[in-house]
Design a protein around this ligand. Structure first.
Ligand SMILES: [Zn+2]
Length: 318
């Protein structure tokens, strides 16, 4: 039976990638998964039966499901803040060969859009344990936002986190579709929309839950990024069900009447090393720290063209 495209309902598609679960190794290793690209709108999706339960293919030990690291999260955040201060950069510049300019090149430009949101009703879809966030650290977690006066609700399908979220007094539901509250000022999906069974269903719910003028923050891997151009079959199947590009994600924003306020993409050399390991290709395995610095500075140039490995959007409910 043909699968219909989530965005445009077309049943015409081409096979793009056939791959096994090489990243988490939770699915049987003889099972291949298929990515298809819609011929009409270009959306790339995992071709599985809509009713197939993919939960059993998730690793049980995601870092984001744990609370034993709360102090570590805080410490890590404090260090990353400290090293990004101009004073420390000056210090780096004064020490020969540690290089102030190189130090700057080491970090891709990332903006945490949550900093632009005033305390209000905040929904975090895919919040994990609620104590840390992918790339943005402890400070952006719903636990930290709650302490700073936000009214927070999380959504996390993994039952592993329930004990932790209860311990920290966080309200976390297993599904966004069970939510009764309305009038949110902000909804965030940090690296979770690519796991959805149907992005369209999420966009319909966003329209219901968000205030007019409310903000939506979405971060997803960018299948248009340099990483996937070099390693197109380095795909996180079957846990990632959609492989967005700026074009296909922005098409959803347009269809559901969200106005783009800001966007950026970013990359880390580590991702290329992990990809070459997962695919058992040795090209990127060994990089000296100097090579890493120059590789990062090269990647930063692509990031500015929206060709980074990950992309982040801040949009408004128009
Ligand atoms: Zn389509």
């Amino acid at each position: 039976m043909p699968r219909y495209c989530d965005f445009c309902n077309s049943d015409r598609s081409d096979l793009l990638v056939a791959q096994k679960d090489i990243i988490h190794r939770c699915a049987p290793q003889d099972r291949e998964f298929y990515l298809r690209k819609c011929r009409d709108c270009g959306l790339i999706y995992l071709d599985v039966d809509k009713d197939e339960d993919l939960k059993c293919f998730y690793p049980k030990d995601y870092e984001f499901y744990s609370d034993r690291n709360l102090y570590l999260y805080k410490l890590r955040y404090a260090i990353s803040r400290a090293v990004s201060t101009p004073y420390l950069n000056l210090l780096f510049a004064l020490v020969p060969f540690s290089g102030g300019i190189f130090h700057k090149l080491l970090q891709p430009k990332k903006k945490d859009y949550v900093k632009t949101i005033k305390p209000g009703k905040f929904l975090d879809v895919g919040c994990g344990s609620g104590l840390n966030t992918h790339f943005f650290g402890y400070r952006s977690s719903i636990y930290s936002l709650k302490k700073r006066g936000f009214e927070v609700i999380g959504v996390e399908p993994s039952p592993e986190v329930t004990k932790i979220t209860q311990k920290y007094g966080l309200k976390v539901l297993p599904s966004i579709f069970e939510l009764e509250e309305r009038d949110f000022d902000c909804i965030r999906m940090n690296w979770s929309l690519e796991h959805a069974a149907s992005p369209a269903e999420y966009f319909k719910v966003f329209k219901k839950l968000l205030k007019r003028g409310g903000r939506l923050i979405i971060a997803v891997p960018n299948y248009d990024g340099i990483l996937y151009r070099i390693f197109p079959d380095c795909v996180e199947v079957p846990v990632h069900t959609y492989y967005f590009t700026p074009k296909t994600l922005e098409a959803y924003f347009k269809k559901y009447n969200f106005k783009i306020i800001d966007r950026y993409s970013f990359s880390y050399p580590d991702m290329f090393i992990l990809a070459s390991h997962a695919l058992k290709q040795g090209n990127f395995i060994r990089l000296t720290s100097m090579q890493t610095i120059f590789f990062q500075s090269l990647l930063n140039k692509f990031d500015a063209q929206m060709l980074g490995n990950d992309m982040v959007y801040l949009v408004e409910n128009a």
